[in-house]
Design a protein around this ligand. Structure first.
Ligand code: IMP
Length: 214
């Protein structure tokens, strides 16, 4: 499969990198974390859409399967992220199942409230927690690189802040006295699980871009 390029008359043709996610919060963050590369970073939906495989309960195979699906179906290189929140007092649940925690029909706010309700019934449970992100890059030749990032912290008693997405309002990162949703995007990127995983993945994408340049 050749590297896919876009661009018309009078424009330089550019390499395209598909972001294999339908989660607008993740897309926003990954787009920002990969800015400055000589490659056009676009959502899979924007490039025509992808049928993603059913997700399991393990980050690594989930991330690789999503990136492979996007690369194969769209004919370009792709990045996917599989992530979640792990809480010690819940035996490190919900983990890779975080997007489905509490059952179908809940939105981000509903899942966050479900988490607080679960912890409220276990007053002695540890609120120590960590966000985990596994990010995979699949080149247009099908080569795979996968990196992991973590962000330790604890679960607050009540939601705080409007930024970020998902469980950010109830997560206080270590070293801060506010929630992840009260940080600026740059502050979150500097310490987040996703920021760390993407920083580790970036050199592989840069190497791919420099080899694929015309
Ligand atoms: P998945 O990787 O698509 O299975 O979904 C990951 C889920 O974990 C998201 O839907 C969020 O609920 C949660 N999550 C992952 N990263 C973050 C984050 O940076 N902030 C808040 N919640 C997150």
């Amino acid at each position: 499969m050749a590297a896919r390029r876009v661009g018309g008359e009078g424009r330089l043709s550019r390499l395209v990198l598909a972001l294999a996610s339908g989660n607008p919060g993740k897309l926003r963050e990954i787009q920002s974390l990969l800015s400055g590369l000589a490659i056009e970073v676009r959502s899979a939906a924007d490039l025509g859409g992808v049928d993603f495989p059913e997700e399991g309960d393990q980050y690594v195979p989930n991330a690789i399967a999503k990136a492979h699906a996007a690369a194969e179906q769209l004919g370009c290189c792709a990045v996917a992220d599989d992530s979640g929140l792990e809480v010690e007092g819940l035996d490190w649940a919900p983990g890779a199942l975080s997007a489905r925690y509490g059952g179908p029909g809940l939105d981000d706010r509903g899942r966050l409230e479900h988490l607080l309700a679960e912890l409220a019934t276990r007053p002695d449970a540890s609120r120590r927690a960590r966000f985990v992100c596994v990010a995979s890059f699949v080149s247009s030749e099908g080569e795979v690189q996968t990196e992991r990032g973590e962000c330790p912290g604890r679960i607050l008693l009540e939601p705080r802040g409007e930024g970020g997405f998902g469980y950010d309002p109830v997560f206080e990162p270590d070293g801060f006295s506010c929630s992840m949703a009260e940080l600026s995007s740059d502050e979150k990127h500097a310490i987040s699980h996703r920021g760390r995983a993407l920083a580790r993945l970036r050199p592989a994408i840069e190497a791919f871009v420099s080899l694929a340049q015309p």
